[in-house]
Design a protein around this ligand. Structure first.
Ligand code: ADP
Ligand code: MG
Length: 584
């Protein structure tokens, strides 16, 4: 049996790691980097994934997709170069690329994985993640909540201490907070809460929107009319945001409508204060999940012994300041916040693999939502539908199985419709419908025939519902969910065929491909008069690539690279090409 890998399938960046004898190890991609941007592009019938696709996206936003994790489990899709892709298809592309990296690194096939998801991911999003894994040829051994994985990575080093920690994970697109109790190798998640539409990208977008406002433009309108201006400005703002983590002020250049940055492009100064002001309402949104998690764990802010930060966006000074004020203590971030989730996933994979160094560790997790069914209530002598009967309450330790008994309302009622919801509201209309099923064959009789509804919520966060007519013990069961029926073999094959039509480039050419995409992107941004030299360099590089003369390719690549670096740095982003962000 092959070893189980740990995968952090992130909104912005994805990573893959493996448990080794001396601890969890991140596996580098074909560019030698640990972070693979979760960006997918289609160029002709070739697939681009990662940094190359991210570069391609700036110049060809219509052929690339990013932040698709936000649409997991929904009907959303995007058409890239004439190919319709769902969020599952796109995630599958990222997973395949990570798996290829791991296979290259390990020198063996990789067929099973632990994949992390935001703790606040719901049923459909979890199933969609499993489906993406299956499409990528993986057996998904476990879905693990991201903050739980982060806790595992931290807990590994401190198996003998006893404390209550809060994990604050602000990634590119999601925010999670989990409260964990650690003692003697046991990691017990007490409560989780979050927001699946809050992340670092929202801070970048707030910045883009403000700059456009200052320039007399509206975000949505401009994005429709001048997509290249916005995709380039987003890159500018993303880098500015990162610079503001270390510097007090910086500048953003406004690209023209073609996405070019002219030498006399308007410049907008941004200080850390302005940035914090622009993003204050976004930052405020972290408070309510924190309050909810503390409330569910029955803890006061002062009872937290340690505050652990995870996720790239947790580097923002405004976030750190707010959290430190809230918990009245310094935060802790001794493991790189970009990497901690993947490292924890690898440890979790090691636990499942019965890795000997990990036999002492026990991890428990909780259900992030309340789940229940719709019931009818008698109000003032009248039957009213639409009420919610919770069966599994949020933050119950999982796996869990719970039963509630309901009864028929009418005489000789032969069937009951069971509608399953998740959410915290009293009324089902304010909760999210997960699916419904019918219980038929209820024997004739007076009202009040009993039916037991059992919910089973497993370690992956997957719900199964079952109803039993008490008198006859007849059973009706339903596996969820609405959108993501378990993929049938046929559907899987169709999906796979579609993906197979897209070829991946050979991995040893990835660095040169990235160089080309980078050069093409910069070419589009450069004003005309600067373009000639770059054009010559690109053409020369393309020619030697054709010739396959490795020595020449190296020389041309270096020359092109030097030109690109002179004009355009990747400051604050991936360090430089070839170096990992963890080395910063
Ligand atoms: P995800 O888990 O969603 O893939 P990551 O944990 O990789 O996300 O975090 C990505 C987010 O972190 C992006 O929004 C990025 O802009 C932000 N980020 C990364 N580094 C910094 C930094 N130095 N300062 C501010 N934000 C940062
Ligand atoms: Mg993450």
């Amino acid at each position: 049996m092959s070893r189980i890998v740990g995968i952090d399938l992130g909104t912005t960046n994805s990573l893959i790691a493996i448990m080794e004898a001396d601890g969890p190890k991140l596996i580098p991609n074909s560019l030698g980097q640990k972070l693979t941007p979760s960006v997918v592009g289609v160029e002709g019938d070739h697939l681009l994934v990662g940094m190359t696709a991210k570069e391609y996206q700036v110049s060809h936003p219509d052929r690339c997709a990013s932040v698709f994790k936000r649409y997991m489990g929904s009907d959303w899709s995007v058409t890239l170069a004439g190919r319709k892709m769902s969020a599952i298809d796109l995630s599958c592309c990222v997973l395949r690329s990570l798996v290829a990296d791991a296979e290259h690194y390990l020198g063996e096939a990789v067929t099973s994985a632990v994949i992390t998801v935001p703790a606040y991911f719901n049923e459909e999003q979890r199933r969609a993640t499993i489906a993406a894994g299956q499409m990528a040829g993986l057996k998904v051994e476990r879905i693990v909540n991201e903050p739980t994985a982060a806790a595992i990575a931290y807990g590994l080093h401190e198996a003998d201490s006893q404390k209550t920690a809060v994990i604050i994970d602000l990634g590119g697109g999601t925010f999670d907070v989990s409260i964990v109790e650690m003692f003697e190798g046991v990691l017990e998640i007490r409560a989780s809460a979050g927001e699946i539409f809050l992340g670092g990208e929202d801070f970048t977008d707030a910045c883009v929107s403000q700059i456009l406002n200052q320039a007399g433009m509206k975000f949505e309108h401009t994005e429709m009319q001048e997509p290249l201006r916005v995709s380039r400005l987003r890159r500018e703002c993303e880098q500015a945001k990162r610079r503001l983590t270390n510097e007090a002020s910086t500048e953003v250049r406004l690209p023209n409508s073609q996405g070019e940055i002219e030498p006399d492009a308007p410049r907008y100064a941004i200080t850390r204060e302005t940035f914090d002001l622009w993003t204050k309402s976004t930052l405020d949104r972290i408070l309510s999940p924190i309050r909810r998690a503390l409330g569910d764990a029955g803890l006061k802010r002062q009872e937290i012994d340690e505050v652990i930060l995870a996720g790239g966006a947790s580097r923002m000074p405004s976030l750190i300041k707010r959290i430190e004020e809230l918990f009245e203590r310094p935060t802790r971030c001794t493991i790189n916040p970009d990497e901690v989730v993947a490292l924890g996933a690898a440890v979790n994979a090691g636990i499942l693999d019965r890795h000997e160094s990990l036999s002492e560790i026990v991890v428990t997790d909780v259900a992030p939502f309340t789940m229940g069914v719709e019931i009818c209530r008698e109000i003032g002598g009248e039957d009213r539908d639409g009420y919610y009967l919770p069966i599994i309450n949020r933050n119950t330790t999982i796996p869990v199985s719970r039963v509630e008994r309901v009864v028929t309302r009418a005489a000789n009622q032969s069937k009951v419709n069971v509608s399953v919801y998740q959410g915290e509201s009293r009324l089902v209309k304010d909760n999210q419908l997960l699916g419904s099923f019918e219980v038929t064959g209820i024997p004739p009789g007076p009202p009040g025939q009993e039916i037991d509804i059992r919910f089973t919520y497993d370690l992956n966060g997957i719900l199964e519902a079952e109803a039993v007519i008490v008198k006859t013990q007849k059973r009706a069961a339903q596996v969820f969910t609405r959108h993501m029926k378990n993929l049938s073999e046929n559907q899987m094959k169709t999906a796979l065929d579609k993906m197979q039509a897209l070829k991946a480039h050979p991995r040893d050419e990835e660095e040169n491909r990235l160089l080309l995409k980078w050069a093409e992107r910069l070419y589009m941004e450069l004003p005309h008069r600067e373009r000639n030299r770059l054009d010559q360099l690109i053409t020369g590089f393309e020619e030697v690539l054709e010739s396959q003369d490795q020595a020449q390719i190296k020389i041309f690549a270096e020359e092109l690279g030097a030109f690109l670096k002179a004009f355009d740095s990747f400051e604050g982003e991936q360090g430089d090409y070839g170096t990992s962000p963890s080395d910063e």
